[in-house]
Design a protein around this ligand. Structure first.
Ligand SMILES: C[S@@+](CC[C@H](N)C(=O)[O-])C[C@H]1O[C@@H](n2cnc3c(N)ncnc32)[C@H](O)[C@@H]1O
Ligand SMILES: Nc1nc2[nH]cc(C(=O)O)c2c(=O)[nH]1
Ligand code: SF4
Ligand SMILES: [Mg+2]
Length: 214
């Protein structure tokens, strides 16, 4: 059984695949925060921008097996002509609490490339085509390599230098989005400054928030 908060067709907004048409599957639940505001300050991850509780979002629900969820996600992909490889992004919440080999295989059978956005604390199943790891605070990484690391910046307990020797193809810093706006602008400036001073790191902006497409 899989619990899905929401599923929707959009453009990948972040990281090295930004701009790519994607079906997003947002699983319910996370291991680093309950999702309740009263627990935020004491959580292992305190700055989450996402509602991942319940199954009441658009196209959300509970799915009895991998084929049922894969059919549901495939129906959200518009390309009927096979000109590009369809792309699914599993996120959450923390997708590695639920994503398994059976679901990856079911998406592959339907022609999809499979991407994952994870906080890096849970070992992934094999078969993922694009793995994005986004470390959180003082948590320990179970995943030390992948296609991209996308570190939200700044985080007092997770300075970029801690990750610079890990086995990723791309190293991204993404400014922390948090109210008030003035704070976010200073995060933006600080992130740009860090990338300029440390050219290993590239800037990742949340383009869906800038352009307003989800
Ligand atoms: C909501 S998380 C879900 C996937 C997984 N739990 C994780 O943390 O990577 C998706 C992406 O949004 C990023 N993110 C969450 N809150 C953010 C914020 N306030 N500002 C910038 N990025 C944020 C995460 O770091 C992650 O890369
Ligand atoms: N457009 C869009 N791109 C995204 N990339 C990662 C996201 C996420 O919440 O995991 C996200 C999201 O929520 N929307
Ligand atoms: S680990 Fe990801 S989903 Fe969980 S609270 Fe942090 S940003 Fe949100
Ligand atoms: Mg998001």
């Amino acid at each position: 059984m899989y619990s899905v908060k929401e599923a929707f067709y959009t453009l990948q907004g972040e990281g090295g695949q930004a701009g790519r048409a994607s079906v997003f599957c947002r699983f319910t639940g996370c291991n680093l925060w309950s999702g309740r505001e009263r627990d935020r300050a004491t959580a292992a991850c305190t700055f989450c921008d996402t509602d991942f509780l319940g199954t009441d979002g658009q196209n959300g629900g509970r799915f009895r097996d991998a084929d049922a969820l894969a059919d549901h996600l495939t129906a959200l992909w518009p390309d009927q002509y096979g000109v590009v490889t369809p792309y699914v992004v599993f996120t959450g919440g923390e997708p590695l609490l639920q994503l398994d080999e059976a679901l990856i295989a079911a998406m592959h059978r339907r022609g999809f490339e499979v991407a994952v956005e994870t906080n890096g604390t849970i070992a992934p199943p094999p078969g993922i085509d694009w793995l994005c790891v986004s470390p959180k605070g003082a948590t320990e990484l179970a995943v030390t390599g992948g296609d991209e690391i996308k570190l939200v910046y700044p985080q007092q307990e997770a300075p970029p230098a801690r990750f610079q020797r890990l086995d990723f193809h791309y190293f991204f810093l993404q400014p922390m989005d948090s109210a008030p706006l003035g704070k976010h602008e200073s995060h933006m400036d600080a992130t740009v400054a860090y990338c300029l001073a440390h050219p290993q790191w590239r800037l990742s902006l949340q383009t869906h928030k800038i352009a307003g497409f989800d």
